[in-house]
Design a protein around this ligand. Sequence first.
Ligand SMILES: [Cu+2]
Length: 164
Amino acid sequence: MTQRSLLLAVLSTLLALAALLIPLPAVRPRPQQRQIHLNARMFAFEPGSVKVNQGDTVTLVLHSQDVTHGIYLDGYDVNIKAEPGKPAQATFVADRQGKFRFRCSVTCGAMHPFMIGELVVGPNLPFWRAVVALLIVVAGSILTLRSAAPQATPHVSASDQATR
Ligand SMILES: [Cu+2]
């Protein structure tokens, strides 16, 4: 391994580590107050997927369109029930990132077990860091291999050679 290719390998490793580990305080959006209305009917929630940012204070308002439905949110200890015409609500701080399932907590019919939605608390920073780190490693490896390979074409032009 030449000195140059060793340097490239070390540099790309360091860059990849930096992409994984350097804190990015500017990326996290400001926490907001959000009110999210969820309509429940047999056998689905509308919308079925809700996205918020970590730190947001979220008020879920559940509206039932037909029979009594409930909502149980995994990981956040939220459990409310709404009768038709009587919305119910719960407020919580989305302090953990990730995907959290919510499901109907009232047995409302045959397809009740499939009445599921998801809350996404983002952004999913670790994933994007991994992608960037991987790209750096790939680019670094390619550069390292290319510089390690014997140079076929000299960088010296013909006129330069003539003056030597
Ligand atoms: Cu239900």
